[in-house]
Write a new protein. Structure first.
Ligand code: ZN
Length: 251
């Protein structure tokens, strides 16, 4: 019990009473927690800025019976730019929703925390094409969650010939020619797409700014990663469909 300090990112918030909020925080060392920010909706509250979605702060917390209570907060990054643009805002909502879905209360994952913090940072400064940032983020979240796509060998027979034409979502990776029949729903995959899955998994977010992916490969990656996330997390992220609609109106 008692007082503790942690860095945290606001994944979502709901209003409580007249002036309070319950924040869902992804913290650096306590996993996902729910914390009450008392009075944070008052214009002069010292917790006002730190209670906004995406904001990265250092929190001083007191553990109550059911919730943590925020006694102090110091904003490190508000990622304000994310909120200025509908497309970025929607990506930001998707990234926090996904982190919320795969994280557990009180089970720390510093990797997930740092990944989200980095991804929001690059989303706010806009140096990396948003589509690429999103694909890399999704693959890395899946990896952290124990679902790393297997691109090194056939997921059925272990063949390492490097001649793969199909990707099995349910088996979690590439299939060699002999094993196509093991999954009737396996998706067509090009060697370029397989290469980019490896690159996106193995490259730090900060180093994605020079990456160029041609449209055909990007679309194939997008289809495979989307199915992969949906199948293994058993979750449909509505924000992704909303993102598709915004992209259509902007193109
Ligand atoms: Zn095989």
């Amino acid at each position: 019990m008692g007082i503790s300090k942690t860095e945290g990112i606001v994944l979502k918030h709901t209003n409580l009473g007249e002036a309070d909020k319950i924040l869902t925080l992804l913290t650096r060392n306590k996993g996902k927690i729910k914390a009450i920010a008392k009075g944070c909706r008052k214009p002069k509250s010292s917790l006002l800025a730190s209670s906004e979605i995406f904001t990265f702060s250092e929190f001083v917390l007191f553990k109550g019976t059911n919730f943590f209570h925020i006694t102090q907060a110091e904003t490190r990054e508000s990622f304000y730019n994310i909120r200025k643009d509908l497309l970025r805002l929607s990506y930001g909502v998707f990234f926090t929703e996904m982190a919320d879905f795969v994280s557990d209360e009180d089970i720390p994952s510093e990797r997930l925390f740092l990944l989200l913090a980095n991804t929001l940072y690059y989303l706010s400064i806009g140096e990396i094409p948003l589509g690429i940032l999103s694909l890399a983020y999704q693959l890395k979240v899946m990896d952290i969650s124990g679902f790393r796509p297997n691109t090194a060998k056939c997921v059925s027979c272990g063949d390492t010939s490097d001649q793969y034409e199909k990707f099995s979502i349910s088996l979690g990776g590439v299939l060699c020619k002999k094993c196509h029949g093991y999954d009737a729903k396996a998706m067509k995959v090009s060697s370029g797409t397989i290469e980019f899955i490896k690159i996106l998994l193995n490259t730090q977010i900060s180093r994605l700014n020079n990456l160029k992916i041609d449209n055909t490969i990007f679309n194939e990656l997008d289809r495979i990663i989307r199915e992969f996330v949906r199948d293994h997390l058993e979750k449909e992220f509505r924000t992704l469909e909303f993102l598709d609609e915004i992209k259509e109106t902007q193109s």
